[in-house]
Design a binder for this molecule. Structure first.
Ligand code: ZN
Length: 378
């Protein structure tokens, strides 16, 4: 067990209003293509994975021991650090009209503009709490997610790019010259990649399921341009890769690149949809795998930037497993040594990919080393 003081050095951003972001029912498509179900069910990016994560955090007793960090609403001027003015106005107009789609499958309801601004402001509040030393590290349990959103449109359930806005805020408010973002959501963080593609001041590293979403993004060959050449690091991994492959990719590629970049702040796009039971991904991570990823980035932050680490919630769609994996990440941030039990872990511990890197994953990691070895010592 650790003392209460240790847990209090981890911050938590949360607001009940995040649960009011209304994605509605899943689109049922045309009668000819009744996708995803003829009988519509709640949109896969419904509030429940986040509300259940918060509930489990509180049931475990850890929620009350963390330092609460209050989110604020990002101003339009702050949103404009990443998004076009016309897009910001469009999101406002959609919300004022009662809701709609901010791009491609980026639904929002009547309060959607305010809630998305509160998500971006939550990520900024987490940066402030860490940069001012209020907490050592911070988890922003925000909704809607952000990493697919690009300058002029929403995409894949994302309205504003919370983590990109937080990085720009860290540059502007604290004069940081080097920020690293690691994105372990099962999907590529295309919006974040685009925001910093030609920017040498922000390193963007994405681990994701090869070829999943969005199409033609997160490719190995996308390595940044101009001043940002070599500062985009994509590591597409084969479906089913599992805990051992993620740990190996962290150790062999991510850690050496981040060490050489020497960030002053480390940000994590924490999707939980690489979890083993996720309906939108197939990467087979256990909650122990998420603990190991979190330990690895804690060690990197300790080594590079005085432990300054901000973790921002992204995707994750298993109502059963997202809460367990979110809790695993936050427990690790808070240095809890006796974790809350994961009731389904026993089903995963015997999985081969828990302990072995498969040949296809070995090939994928070797390919990433071959490409990124032109920019970093690997
Ligand atoms: Zn995702």
């Amino acid at each position: 067990m650790t003392s209460a003081n240790d847990a209090a050095s981890t911050g938590l951003v949360f607001h009940d209003r995040y649960l009011q972001h209304n994605t509605g029912l899943a689109r049922s498509g045309s009668p000819a293509t009744p996708y995803p179900y003829a009988d519509p069910e709640p949109h896969v990016s419904s509030p429940r994975t986040v509300s259940r994560s918060k509930h489990l955090l509180d049931l475990s007793g850890l929620g009350a021991r963390l330092t609460p960090v209050a989110p604020r609403y990002a101003t339009e001027e702050e949103l404009a650090m990443v998004h076009d003015g016309a897009y910001i106005a469009r999101v406002q107009a959609i919300a004022a009209a009662g809701g709609g789609d901010a791009g491609v499958n980026a639904p929002l309801g009547p309060d959607g503009f305010a809630i998305a601004s509160l998500a971006a402001g939550g990520a900024m509040a987490a940066v402030d709490a860490v940069m001012t030393g209020t907490v050592r590290n911070c988890y922003a349990l925000v909704r809607p997610p952000g990493h697919h959103a690009v300058a002029d449109r929403g995409l894949g359930f994302c309205i504003f790019n919370n983590i990109a806005i937080a990085a720009r805020h860290a540059q502007r408010a604290y004069g940081l010259r080097r920020i690293a973002i690691i994105d372990w959501d099962v999907h590529d963080g295309n919006g974040t990649q685009e925001a910093f593609y030609a920017d040498g001041a922000v390193l963007f590293v994405s681990l994701h399921q090869d070829g999943l979403f969005p199409p033609d993004m997160g490719l190995l060959e996308q390595v940044g341009s101009d001043a940002g050449l070599g500062k985009t690091v994509n590591i597409p991994l084969p479906p089913g890769a599992g805990d051992a492959a993620y740990a190996a990719a962290l150790e062999r590629v991510v850690a050496p690149v981040v060490r050489q970049f020497a960030p002053e702040l480390l940000l994590i796009s924490c999707g939980l949809d690489a979890g083993a039971f996720d309906p939108l991904g197939r990467m087979n991570l256990s909650s122990v795998g998420f603990r190991e990823l979190t330990q690895a980035v804690l060690a990197l932050a300790a080594e590079c930037c005085g432990g300054r680490l901000v973790v921002v919630h992204e995707g994750g769609y298993s109502q059963t497993y997202v809460p367990a994996c979110t809790l695993a990440v936050i427990e690790t941030l808070a240095a809890i040594t006796e974790p809350w039990p994961d009731p389904v872990l026993t089903r995963l511990l015997g999985t081969r990919t828990r302990r072995e890197v498969g040949l296809d994953a070995e090939r994928a990691i070797a390919a990433a080393i071959a490409v990124q070895g032109q920019h970093w010592t690997l």
